[in-house]
Design a protein around this ligand. Structure first.
Ligand code: AMP
Ligand code: ZN
Length: 494
């Protein structure tokens, strides 16, 4: 029996604004699409939060025994500087400024994205398609929408007719907007004169002569509108009706609203059963964003090279910090919060590592089966990772008090604790026990740190405390914490 047959998962559906029981279209299988990065600069920590939120979803669905096809695209064309179909293509602009080929920009930042996701121990999606690899599919969809009468061509560009679509469908059902309000609140913007209405959006844009990212089409040499790529790639790999579609909250409108419109106009079918949106990571109370410069890059965190950081933090600690908040809540980044998360994570790992040392008794004071189900209940409640982490701390408390001889655990309970903690900490949350590095024979980092510990011991024996303190402090700055105990000095990575 698969775990998903025993555990009832509920997902908060952004479209119904309620938690709904999750039932996949095909028993035992899940199709999930998540909008990927636009690869024109390094991903910042805010982007990472969204991708890590969906890594958790992917991991938990797999843990429950589902066969998951997880599609996350790379946007390498078509994403203009602003949402109103105007401005330069973000990638082309960067390429122009740096005087390189746009595909060099795409390559550089795709590699950066993959490296960052690896550092965070995020799993690779099952398929990672690119917008430029699916121009033909996008042109096919435009032809279909035109033939259904929901789009029109003007001067080589094709626009989606939002008003016509709204007469037969509901444009705004995801974002909770209605077209009359949008009309009332829209100023006629310059440069949009090709559109019948300002609410219409581009499916295909004719390229200006200077625009080098261009492809032939029946309408002009040009490029697809940004929203279209996700409709093309999700339909191609998951079908016209699939289970889960995710992205950051800021993509709800217009991007996801337009995806629904494009799908319904071309296939007649509502494309997605469960819409999931991750909330924003903020810095100084404002959304982290590439465009405003209000952001922190992952490598700044790992090296500590940013004025707001007192030290370096590991990827695992950062992830732990993110998962201590629900993915639907805002989360503000701060040095203090990271320091607190690091302490918490180290405490949890210390208790977990003590488990094999515990002597079994004939009875338990801790209801391990009930606790295990509480861990599942937390995740079944819309992937509620902060509650799961609180449950893991309950287990840590039970381990500590048993170690101190105040309570007891049976052998089988110790084994259930060990397996369940391992499953949730490493497989579901995808955290890494960075201190394990010490027990790994032949590990060069451990060898090097042990040499420094030896030098420090010598300095202390010679009463050269200036040198011994210097070694300790500089290791601390490099993210390596020494701990003096009665059996000698050990270290852990922060
Ligand atoms: P982009 O590369 O700008 O298309 O963004 C990639 C993903 O990161 C999208 O799902 C965005 O919604 C998400 N995102 C952007 N900024 C933030 C933020 N400050 N916090 C969380 N997610 C974000
Ligand atoms: Zn998308």
């Amino acid at each position: 029996m698969k775990l998903y047959q025993q555990q009832e998962l509920h997902i908060y559906n952004s479209i119904s604004k309620t938690k709904e029981k999750f039932t996949p279209i095909n028993e035992g299988a899940v199709g999930m699409y998540v909008c990927g990065p636009t690869v024109y600069s390094n991903v910042h920590l805010g982007n990472c939060r969204t991708f890590l939120a969906f890594d958790l979803v992917f991991r938990y669905l797999k843990h429950l025994g589902y066969k998951v096809r997880y599609v996350r695209n790379i946007t390498d064309a078509g994403h203009l500087e602003n949402d109103a179909d105007s401005g330069e293509d973000r990638i082309a602009k960067k390429a122009r400024i740096e005087m390189v080929e746009p595909m060099e920009i795409v390559q550089r930042y795709t590699v950066d994205f993959h490296t960052t996701m690896d550092q965070f121990n995020a799993l690779s999606p099952s398929i990672e398609p690119t917008a430029t690899g699916h121009i033909i599919e996008q042109i096919q969809i435009i032809k279909k929408i035109l033939s259904e009468g929901y789009a029109y061509e003007v001067n080589g560009s094709v626009y989606f007719d939002v008003h016509k679509f709204n007469a037969a469908h509901d444009y705004g059902k995801l974002s909770g907007r209605n077209l009359e309000d949008m009309v009332a609140n829209t100023r006629e913007l310059e440069g949009q004169s090709d559109k019948k209405n300002p609410q219409d959006f581009a499916l295909w844009k004719k390229a200006e002569p200077v625009h080098i990212m261009r492809w032939p089409s029946p309408w002009s040499d040009g490029f697809p509108g940004w929203h279209l790529e996700c409709t093309a790639m999700s339909t191609k790999y998951l079908g016209k009706h699939f289970d889960i579609h995710g992205g950051g909250m800021d993509l709800k409108f217009p991007h996801h609203e337009c995806e629904i419109a494009q799908s319904e106009a071309s296939t007649g079918v509502n494309p997605v059963n469960y819409w999931m949106h991750a909330n924003m990571l903020t810095l100084n109370g404002k959304k982290m964003a590439k465009s405003t410069g209000n952001n922190i890059l992952p490598h700044e965190l790992f090296t500590g090279e940013n004025d707001i950081l007192s030290k370096a933090f590991s990827a695992t600690v950062t992830k732990f910090f993110m998962y201590q908040a629900n993915y639907r809540s805002n989360l503000d980044f701060s040095n203090e919060a990271l320091v607190a998360s690091e302490k918490g994570f180290n405490r949890l790992m210390e208790s977990y590592r003590m488990l094999p040392e515990i002597n079994a008794s004939t009875e338990s004071n801790f209801d391990v089966s009930k606790w295990r189900q509480s861990c599942y209940d937390a995740m079944n409640d819309d992937f509620n990772s902060p509650i799961l982490i609180a449950q893991l701390f309950e287990a840590a408390k039970a381990i500590n008090s048993t170690k101190e001889g105040k309570t007891s655990l049976t052998q089988s309970d110790i084994e259930i604790l060990q397996k369940t903690m391992h499953d949730f900490i490493f497989n579901v949350l995808g955290l890494e026990d960075t201190a394990n590095i010490q027990s790994n024979d032949g590990n060069q980092l451990a060898d090097a740190v042990n040499i420094l510990i030896g030098l420090r011991n010598q300095a202390r024996a010679n009463k050269d405390f200036a040198t011994s303190d210097l070694i300790r402090d500089q290791l601390q700055e490099a993210g390596i914490q020494l701990k003096d105990g009665k059996d000698g000095t050990t270290f852990s990575l922060n």
